[in-house]
Design a binder for this molecule. Structure first.
Ligand SMILES: [Zn+2]
Length: 427
C-alpha cells in the first residue's frame, strides 16, 4: 500500500546550477513536498498537494528550510574516531593517527561498530549519502555496505588499495588489491542503493603496477566510480615527482595507468598545473573540494571560482577525519572562508547547491539524489534557521531566504538539523 506524506515549510529546489547565472535564479522555493514509496511524489503549493492527496498526513515545518539531504563526496569513515587529531601535516598525520587506526579494521566487529557510529553521526548532521574510502581490509567495505543496506541508505564506497609506503599490516599487493576490489564490486555494486568505487588511496601508496591493475579493473567495470587523492600538499607533490620520475605531473600518474575518466573523483586538487586542469575538464572528471580538511591540515586554498569558470565538475566534501567536522554546514562555511581568502564570496545558493546537487553530480547520482524534484529519491533534511540564540537573533533581521539561511551555514551544526529522511523514512 502506498502511503503518501506531505511536508510543508520552505522547500528548496534547484532548476539549474547557481554558478551558471545569477545565483538566486537557479533556486525555487515551494510550500510543500509530497513523499511516497521513498520518492518525491509532488512539489508545489500546500493547497494543491493537499487536494491531490487528501488522505496524506501533513507535517508542518513552518518556516524551516526543507532541502535535499546533504551529499558528502569524499570521506574516510574509518577515521571517524580520530577526527580532530592535533598538530600534523599530511604525511605525518597519516603515519601518526590514520594508519594505526585503519589497522584495527581487520576486525569485522570493530569495523561494524565504527560504520554504525559513522552513519549515526552523519545522519544527525543531515548527511544522507557519502562516497567513502574504507581501509585495505575487505571487512571494512562489508561493514559499511551492510550497515547502509540495513538503513536503506545510498552509499558509495570502496576498498582502499596500498601496496607501498604504508606499514606492515596495512599493505595489500597488486594481485590482492585487484582481486579483492573485483570481488567486492561484483558483490555490492548496484545492489539496493549501494555502488562501488575503485579506490587507490593515492599515487605514493601504490606501485605503478598496482595503479595499472586497478586501471584495468576500471576498464572492465566502467560504470563504477574511481576515487583517489590529487595535489593536496606541495610536499606530497614533490614526493610523487620523485616516485614517478617519468610522469608529466601528479595527474599523469593516474592518467598513464588508466585512472583518468569521467567517472573519476579526485579529492583536494588544490595545486594544479595548467595541463592537469585541461585534462580534468576535457575528461569531465570531478574535483572534490574538502575545505575543512584543507585548512585543518594546512594544505592550501582551492580555486573554486577559477575552476567553476572554466567548466570543471566540482563536488563538496568533509574528508572525515582529515576534515575537522562531520557537518556539511561547517564544510560550506569553510568553503565560503576559502573563497573569501581567494577574493570570491560564494552565495548561499551556491554553497547549498555544492553540498547537495553539486556533490551528487560529482558522484554521477544527480538524477536520483541531491535535489527535490518529482521522481527523485526522498532523502531530505529539514533545517531550523534559528537553532541557537546566536543564529536566531541574526536570522530575525533577514529580509530574504538567503540572508536567513546564511547564519545557519556559518554558525550551524547538528542542532540545526530538525529532521532527516532517508528514502522517505524519518531517521
Ligand atoms: Zn581523503
Amino acid at each position: 500500500m502506498t502511503t503518501t506524506e506531505i511536508l510543508t515549510g520552505r522547500v528548496l529546489s534547484f532548476t539549474r546550477s547557481p554558478f551558471e547565472a545569477a545565483p538566486e535564479a537557479g533556486a525555487e522555493i515551494h510550500e510543500a513536498v509530497a513523499v511516497a514509496d521513498g520518492k518525491v511524489a509532488g512539489l508545489g503549493s500546500a493547497a494543491t498537494l493537499r487536494a491531490a492527496h487528501p488522505q496524506a498526513p501533513v507535517t508542518d515545518h513552518g518556516d524551516r528550510l526543507i532541502l535535499a539531504g546533504f551529499v558528502d563526496a569524499h570521506a574516510h569513515y574509518p577515521q571517524a574516531a580520530i577526527i580532530a587529531s592535533w598538530g600534523k601535516r599530511l604525511i605525518d598525520w597519516l603515519n601518526t593517527y590514520t594508519f594505526p587506526e585503519e589497522m584495527r579494521f581487520a576486525d569485522p566487529d570493530y569495523a561494524a561498530e565504527i560504520a554504525a557510529r559513522y552513519l549515526d553521526l552523519t545522519a544527525a548532521h543531515g548527511t544522507t549519502t557519502m562516497c567513502s574510502f574504507c581501509t585495505i581490509h575487505p571487512e571494512s567495505v562489508e561493514a559499511l555496505f551492510a550497515q547502509a543496506q540495513a538503513r536503506g541508505q545510498r552509499v558509495t564506497a570502496g576498498k582502499t588499495c596500498m601496496d607501498r609506503n604504508a606499514p606492515e599490516g596495512l599493505r595489500d599487493t597488486v594481485q590482492s588489491a585487484h582481486d579483492d576490489s573485483k570481488a567486492l564490486l561484483e558483490r555490492w555494486h548496484g545492489v539496493d542503493r549501494l555502488s562501488y568505487a575503485i579506490t587507490p588511496r593515492f599515487s605514493p601508496t601504490s606501485t605503478p603496477e598496482q595503479l595499472e591493475a586497478l586501471g584495468a579493473l576500471w576498464a572492465a567495470h566502467p560504470d563504477c566510480l574511481m576515487q583517489t587523492h590529487l595535489s593536496e600538499q606541495t610536499d606530497e607533490i614533490a614526493w610523487v615527482r620523485s616516485l614517478y620520475p617519468q610522469a608529466r605531473d601528479y595527474l599523469d600518474t593516474y592518467e598513464a595507468h588508466g585512472l583518468l575518466g569521467p567517472r573519476g573523483l579526485y579529492g583536494h586538487a588544490i595545486h594544479l598545473e595548467p595541463r592537469e586542469r585541461d585534462r580534468l575538464r576535457e575528461t569531465g572528471a570531478a574535483l572534490v573540494h574538502c575545505p575543512t580538511s584543507n585548512t585543518f591540515i594546512g594544505s592550501g586554498l582551492f580555486d573554486m571560482a577559477g575552476l567553476m569558470a572554466e567548466g570543471q565538475r566540482v563536488g563538496l566534501a568533509t574528508d572525515t577525519g582529515g576534515g575537522s567536522s562531520f557537518s556539511m554546514l561547517r564544510t560550506m562555511a569553510a568553503a565560503y572562508e576559502i573563497g573569501q581568502l581567494r577574493g570570491t564570496a560564494l552565495h548561499p545558493a551556491q554553497l547549498l547547491w555544492l553540498a547537495t546537487c553539486g556533490a551528487a553530480q560529482a558522484l554521477h547520482l544527480g538524477d536520483r539524489i541531491g535535489n527535490i524534484a518529482v521522481g527523485m529519491e526522498a532523502d531530505l533534511v529539514v533545517l531550523d534557521l534559528g537553532s541557537t540564540p546566536a543564529i536566531a537573533q541574526r536570522a530575525e533581521r533577514a529580509e530574504d531566504l538567503w540572508e536567513a539561511v546564511f547564519p545557519t551555514i556559518m554558525m550551524g551544526d547538528d542542532r540545526a538539523v530538525a529532521e532527516v529522511r532517508i528514502g522517505g523514512r524519518r531517521v
